[in-house]
Design a binder for this molecule. Sequence first.
Ligand code: ARG
Length: 469
Amino acid sequence: MTSAGGAKMWGGRFERPPDASFYEFERSWQYDRRLLPQELALDRAWARAIAAAGILTQEESRRIVAALDEIETRAQSDAAWLDASDAEDVHHFAETALIEKLGPLGAKLHTGRSRNEMVATEFRMYVKQAAGEMRRAVAALLRAIASQAESHLGVPMPGTTHLQHAQPLLLSHWILAHGQAFERDAERLAAAAARADVCPLGSGALTGCAFPINRKALAQDLGFSRISANSLDAVSDRDFALEALFTLATLATHLSRLAEDMVLFATPEFGFIDLPDEYSTGSSLMPQKKNPDAWELIRGKTGRMYGALVSVFTTCKGLPTSYQRDLQEDKEPFFAAYDQALAMTQIAAATLAATGFREARLREAAQDPALVATEVADYLVAQDIPFREAHEIVGKLLRAAEQDGRSIRELPLERLREFSPVFGREVETVLTLESALARRGIAGGTAPGAVRAALKEFQARLVQLEENP
Ligand code: ARG
């Protein structure tokens, strides 16, 4: 058995140091070093707060803040220093570095505070920042959607349900449908940031700080708009992480659905898009292949977000009230999910922007006469035939057309009249793609005018988002 050396933050009551393998097992520095900027910001704010409470002199506080600045500068340029540290966690790392610089003065900073509240505070700061970063990435994706919608305004495509031809729609309407989902994700990210925007500092280990620090000033110093209301809840609450993870999982779900559409559209059977070389790969065996890997990986990585959410839920479930060491398991899944979700969103935006849509092929596919079957039923309804009866008539008519080896558009008027005497010459006009589209001018519908209006509103909201990330 080998033991782990180095001064701990809690060594006094122990006779022997921790076993080396256990120390490796319980440490979090390997991954919570990512919180070092938040840790140092918190440390500076705490130095100011305890000086204001009379625990440090102004001069002591100033020296601590200056030393923390130096630690930050070195950390930014000297990764080997961070790599070499055997700190237990990010709080231990900062305290060790501070004591190395300032001796006993550095050892004063931890007065009145606990790592339990520190980690909750720093994680919340990180989630707020991550949500902002994600919103910027989603805004870039929405921008790519708006550009594609604008450059292909008026281009029709077959709309499907159950992947069967249903009714025609506009390509811009299809891509803006994805845009709606990602807009909701941007809203949810803002809500997740707001949920995290509560400062636990002053909660102590669990019962509240025994020194008269000004919690509101401290929270404000760290960019929080509120302070937590109950110290015990503050050190154990991880709802903010769960909500952020749910938001990422939902975003990933939307990305996977866009990805699936794109993978299908890239097949020769659909042939709706040209895959961009920059975001595709080939086959080592089959020379002709160009594969939609960007979309497949986006689709494939979605499970990681679900895994992270379930993992943190499971960590939190059934925990006794207060801080428990289990809670250390909250950060790794979040960091991993965030890194992947950010990359997925950025790659989706870039790949979509570089994708070419084959307008001629889309127009041709949208000419399928089956797509206007609903129009014939609606035509009969306009001649005062009850809809259920009209549906039945058109069904029979389509079956007859199939037997005749013709499309519904090719049936002569006399043949149509065998199924209903109300058919008149003007039925031809309702059987066109243009008419089917134009009849959906309702708000939220796929008529060219409605889509143009929807795109305008979408762009206006996007500008808002880009200006307030
Ligand atoms: N590394 C710990 C975490 O991530 C920090 C809090 C440690 N608190 C404790 N009582 N050991 O949760």
